[in-house]
Design a protein around this ligand. Structure first.
Ligand SMILES: *Cc1c(COP(=O)(O)O)cnc(C)c1O
Length: 414
């Protein structure tokens, strides 16, 4: 970054600081990952200069011979990866992708049956502070005692309220979903079935968990979580919804697509088609299971019974008598980054909930395996139990940095 260094020292320094933070920190936020240097190059390319409103072959501006190549490749690679009938790669991110779907298929006041937010659902699935919740009516289903979704209750509610959309998907839930049940309940009540795979898209792409695309009318995702691409969104759907979705993306909701971002998505999609990505996805799940087992050994209460994906949700408050926020701060001090999280029907406030969400996609990208995960679990326990002992925290922090340096990232970036 020699130009930036010369021209704008303040921004350059912040980027260097962030690079060091990423290199030396143990990243356990379940929604984060490290993109490849090839993805970074595409993202930083001159495609950022180009306006290309419309779709390949049908644009509003001239000079599209290369943007069409990029977007067509992104679409064909994504179709191959997810076996989707139709795909739109233009959504700027996950939240707008969901809003785009709602506005394509719903009238104001229409009902959506989605996962309760404290049971794992996402803000964009109906949190009162969001725009969708002001326009549409969201009703929630929950998980049962066994940690699985209570499908009987879901069907009962669906029959009673007759939602226009039944929405599956989550950002802090650890079990596999029963795609067939969702789709059969939606059929029974005449609802559109939709799934938001933002968190698990990489596990699906790597065939580590089964593909929901054949079972749902609409599938939304982010591209930057387990999928390990640039920040962005995508919408897949059955042929009969293709026109409505495309029109809702543009001109309904967005203007010009971010073509540099779509180029980076295309690079990521090719990476995800490689056999090595399958290994990556399988290793994520192995690592998460080891993390669960080890944390259980240290006395942490595991929510939803167990994990079947890339993250673990623990109730730190009932296991360690420490609030989520305080545990998060203690882990920050040793260079381990996680986020406090609500647990189902959390008795504490959302600003200081009972839980911690811990995910392994980023450390797995660094190459960490079972042995390192065991060590991480030990540090998590030690840091929380010794949260008032700064000397001990400093000592753990040194060990964390040492392990991160053994699994380097971005060696060639300057
Ligand atoms: C992360 C996430 C989103 C939002 O994605 P952004 O890119 O942050 O807008 C939407 N849905 C789910 C389930 C998510 O986990």
């Amino acid at each position: 970054m020699k130009n930036l260094k010369k021209q704008d020292r303040k921004i350059y320094n912040a980027i260097q600081g962030e690079l060091k933070r990423q290199q030396e920190g143990m990243e356990l936020i379940a929604s984060e990952n490290y993109v490849s240097e090839a993805v970074l190059e595409a993202l930083g390319s001159i495609f950022t200069n180009k306006y290309s409103e419309g779709y390949p072959g049908r644009r509003y501006y001239g000079g599209q011979e290369y943007t069409d190549v990029i977007e067509s490749l992104a679409i064909s690679r994504a179709k191959k990866l997810f076996r989707a009938d139709h795909i739109n790669v233009q959504p700027h991110s996950g939240a707008p992708a969901n809003m785009i779907v709602y506005s394509a298929l719903l009238e104001p006041g229409d009902k959506v049956l989605g996962m309760d937010l404290s049971h794992g659902g996402h803000l964009t699935h109906g949190h009162p502070v969001t725009l969708p919740a002001k326009i549409y009516k969201f009703i929630r289903y929950k998980t049962g005692r066994d940690g699985k979704i209570d499908y009987k209750e879901l069907e009962k509610v669906a029959k009673k309220i007759k939602p226009k959309i039944i929405l599956a998907g989550f950002s802090s839930y650890t079990r596999q979903l029963d795609y067939k049940k969702f789709s059969s309940i939606a059929k029974k009540v005449g609802a559109i079935s939709m799934i938001d795979i933002a968190h698990i898209a990489g596990l699906i792409a790597g065939r580590a968990i089964s593909n929901p695309v054949p079972y749902f009318d609409i599938v939304t995702t982010t591209t930057h979580k387990t999928l390990r691409g640039p920040r962005g969104g995508m919408i897949m759907c059955r042929k009969k919804f293709a026109k409505a979705i495309d029109k809702s993306v543009f001109p309904g909701f967005q203007g010009g697509p971010h073509m540099n971002n779509i180029a980076a998505k295309a690079v990521m999609l090719e990476e995800a088609l490689e056999p090595s990505f399958k290994k990556y996805a399988r290793q994520i799940i192995k690592n998460a299971k080891v993390l669960e087992k080890e944390l259980r050994k240290y006395g942490f209460k595991i929510m939803f019974g167990k994990t079947e994906n890339h993250m673990v949700l623990v109730d730190v408050f009932s296991s360690k008598e420490v609030a989520g926020k305080e545990a998060e701060v203690a882990l920050d001090k040793v260079g381990i980054t996680v986020n406090k999280n609500v647990i189902p029907d959390d008795p504490r406030s959302p600003m200081d909930p009972s839980g911690l969400r811990i995910g392994v996609p980023a450390v797995t990208t660094r190459g960490m395996k079972e042995k390192e995960i065991k060590k991480i679990a030990e540090w998590i326990n030690d840091a929380i139990e010794n949260r008032k002992n700064n000397k001990k925290l400093n000592q753990i922090h040194k060990e964390v940095i040492k392990l991160c340096k053994k699994f380097p990232i971005y060696k060639n970036l300057k």
